[in-house]
Write a protein that binds this ligand. Structure first.
Ligand code: Z5A
Ligand code: MG
Length: 189
C-alpha cells in the first residue's frame, strides 16, 4: 500500500493529539506509520515558537508566522524520505494551522499561505471541530496565547475557508472512542 500523508487539524483542545496517537496505533496494524507534530518545539526554531506561545518572548505577527513555516520546512527532507520509503505519516497540525491562526490575527490569508507553498500536499485532512463549551471543559484550556473564545471563533471561520474536498470535518464533542471510529471511517481503514 502507498504511504499516505494524513494531516489532523482542528480547534484548540479538539483532541488532535489524543486522536493522532490512536490513529497511529490503528494504522500500524497494516504497515509502517509514524507520528509528527507541529510546532516541533524541540528544534532551535521550535524553541523560539515555544517561548512565544508561552508569552516568554514577543515577536511581530509576520515574524512568528514565518517561524512556524520554517519549522515545517526544516522537516521537509525527513517527511519526503519517510513517505518515499513507504512510511505513512500522521501529522498533528500542519500548514492549515499556520494560515488559520495568523489570518485570524488580521494578516492577509493569501500572504499567510505563501511561505508553505511547495510543502508536501496531504492525501487526507481530518478536521476535528469542537464546540466552545466542550473545549473549555477540557484540560489545560486557556494556558497559552490564542486560547481565547473570540479568537478561536475567528480561527474556525478561516479553517472553513481553507476546507477542500479531501477534508473530513468531524464533530469532536463526542467521546474519544466515538471520534476515533469516525476518523477510521473517514479514512476507510
Ligand atoms: N499554531 C500556529 O499559530 N501556527 C502554526 O503553524 C501551528 C500552530 C502549527 C500550539 O499548538 C499553538 O500553535 C496552537 C496553534 C498554534 N494554539 N492554539 N490554540 P499545539 O498543537 O502545540 O497545541 P496543544 O497544546 O497540543 O493543544 P491542542 O493541540 O489544542 O490540543 P489537542 O491536541 O487538540 O487536544 P488533546 O491534547 O488531545 O486533548 C486536550 C485535553 O482534552 C486532554 O486532557 C485530553 O485528555 C482531553 N480530551 C481529548 N479528547 C477528548 C474527548 N473526546 N472527550 C473528552 N476529553 C478529551
Ligand atoms: Mg495537541
Amino acid at each position: 500500500m502507498k504511504a499516505k500523508f494524513i494531516i489532523v487539524e482542528g480547534l484548540d483542545r479538539a483532541g488532535k493529539s489524543s486522536q493522532c496517537e490512536l490513529l497511529v496505533k490503528e494504522l500500524s496494524k497494516s504497515g509502517p506509520v509514524e507520528l509528527l507534530k507541529f510546532p516541533d518545539r524541540t528544534t532551535a526554531v521550535g524553541k523560539m515558537i515555544d517561548a512565544y506561545l508561552q508569552s516568554k518572548s514577543d515577536l511581530n505577527d509576520q515574524a512568528i508566522h514565518l517561524l512556524f513555516s520554517a519549522n515545517r520546512w526544516e522537516a521537509v527532507e525527513d517527511i519526503k524520505s519517510k513517505l518515499n520509503s513507504g512510511v505513512t505519516l500522521v501529522v498533528d497540525r500542519f500548514s492549515y494551522s499556520g494560515a488559520a491562526f495568523s489570518a485570524a490575527k488580521g494578516l492577509d490569508l493569501g500572504w499567510c499561505k505563501h511561505p508553505d507553498v511547495g510543502l508536501p500536499e496531504p492525501d487526507k485532512v481530518i478536521f476535528l471541530d469542537v464546540s466552545e463549551e466542550v473545549a473549555m471543559q477540557r484540560g489545560g484550556y486557556g494556558n497559552e496565547r490564542y486560547e481565547k473564545l473570540e479568537f478561536q471563533r475567528k480561527v474556525r471561520s478561516i479553517f472553513q475557508q481553507l476546507r477542500e474536498p479531501n477534508w473530513a470535518w468531524i464533530n469532536a464533542d463526542e467521546s474519544v472512542e466515538n471520534v476515533h471510529q469516525r476518523i477510521v471511517q473517514a479514512l476507510g481503514v
